[in-house]
Design a protein around this ligand. Structure first.
Ligand code: F0G
Length: 351
């Protein structure tokens, strides 16, 4: 056995790097594919969770960021910029530190989880809270990257998707082939695009014999692809996917159609219920947006869209610790006891 070297080294021959490329890494990737016992029982399928919250900054964004920052470094960039609902900014800030670059992040004012804000700040990013939504932030970041010497590291940067496709490789490497169904949340639609690219590459060179059907899920108040029109005022408690006009919209539809999959909406209530199911019955603490994959799977099975016995992978995209408010909201408050075993035992119902 040898130590995991990060996605660029692990999949070097499938990524746009040369022997001279200065790889910027926090040893991201190599995340667990955890069997989901309870969700499997509920669905009659064989369900696995690809736990992306275990990446260095707590989300799947690190896979893309190692590539984007590596290529920016190769290009001699001194500064990077991104728009974000929180995770991209946390990841960009950390990888910019590794590369010795400055990092500017544009986030929608008051609409990102506290942990993600803390990450950008602790890594020393220049943070601008924009009086607008994510789509406004992305437009602004794009303009700035055209007019000023800062490299854009959002998923419209093609190197981001190159890095993110490695999650599909890891899944096939772990299962021995592609699953029947792959479920994931959809926001700006970069990740569904990247997974589809990864699965296709593995199939075309014989590393997998088949392709999964791609099932993407948006929050019902922020579901432009499902509605077939941009949403000007996107709403959802799942702030990570509060996006009204996804940059990779057309690629997401291509992944859906070529794979025979679907892109559907799930309500905030379904998302919250899947979030509690994952934490309370699987022992996996994810952020709200991540639970959309499992909420969507439960809905699709209920609607008869997925055959019993199917092998299903749900990507859970981010760590629950990023946004603990929602965990505390549903919990009963803790009982205070004196330093006394009898009192503690009584409070615990042991006597
Ligand atoms: N899940 C989480 C936790 C996310 O942070 C995001 C996107 C998604 C799912 C959706 O992925 O955009 O590739 O369709 N977050 C971006 C950000 C927008 O700024 O952190 P997508």
């Amino acid at each position: 056995a040898r130590a995991w070297r990060g996605v660029v080294e692990e999949y070097r021959d499938r990524l746009p790097v040369t022997a001279n490329t200065p790889v910027v890494t926090l040893l991201e990737g190599g995340t667990p594919l955890v069997p989901a016992t309870r969700v499997s029982e509920l669905t009659g399928c064989e369900v696995f969770l690809k736990v992306e919250g275990l990446n260095p900054t707590g989300s799947f964004k690190d896979r893309g960021m190692t590539m984007a920052i590596t290529k920016a470094a190769e290009d001699g960039a001194k500064a990077v910029i991104c728009a974000s609902t929180g995770n991209t900014s946390a990841s960009a800030a950390a990888y910019a530190v590794r590369a010795g670059m400055t990092c500017a992040v544009l986030v929608p004012q008051g609409k990102i989880a506290m942990g993600k804000l803390a990450q950008a700040l602790v890594h020393g990013a220049q943070l601008l809270q924009v009086d607008g939504n994510f789509d406004d932030c992305l437009e602004l970041a794009r303009k700035l990257s055209v007019d000023y010497p800062v490299a854009l590291v959002n998923s419209v940067n093609p190197f981001r998707l190159q890095g993110q496709k490695t999650a599909a490789f890891e899944i096939v490497d772990a299962l021995g082939d592609a699953p029947d169904i792959h479920c994931l949340p959809v926001g700006n639609a970069g990740n569904i695009t990247a997974y589809w690219m990864g699965y296709q590459e593995y199939r075309s060179d014989g590393s997998a014999t088949r392709l999964p059907r791609m099932f993407g899920f948006q929050a019902s108040g922020s579901a432009p692809i499902v509605n077939g029109a941009p949403v000007t005022q996107p709403r959802t408690i799942a702030t990570a996917i509060r996006i009204g006009n996804p940059a990779s919209w057309a690629f997401a539809e291509k992944a859906r159609d070529e794979s025979g999959g679907r892109i559907d909406a799930v309500t905030d209530r379904q998302i919250l219920s899947a979030y509690r199911l994952l934490a309370g019955e699987e022992g996996v603490f994810v952020e709200l947006a991540s639970a959309a994959s499992v909420a969507g799977l439960l809905q699709a099975v209920g609607a008869g869209l997925i055959e019993r016995g199917s092998r299903v992978v749900c990507t859970v995209t981010g760590n629950g610790l990023k946004d603990p408010d929602w965990a505390l909201a549903g919990a009963s408050s803790a009982t205070t006891v004196p330093v006394d075993a009898r009192a503690a035992a009584s409070a615990l119902g042991l006597v």
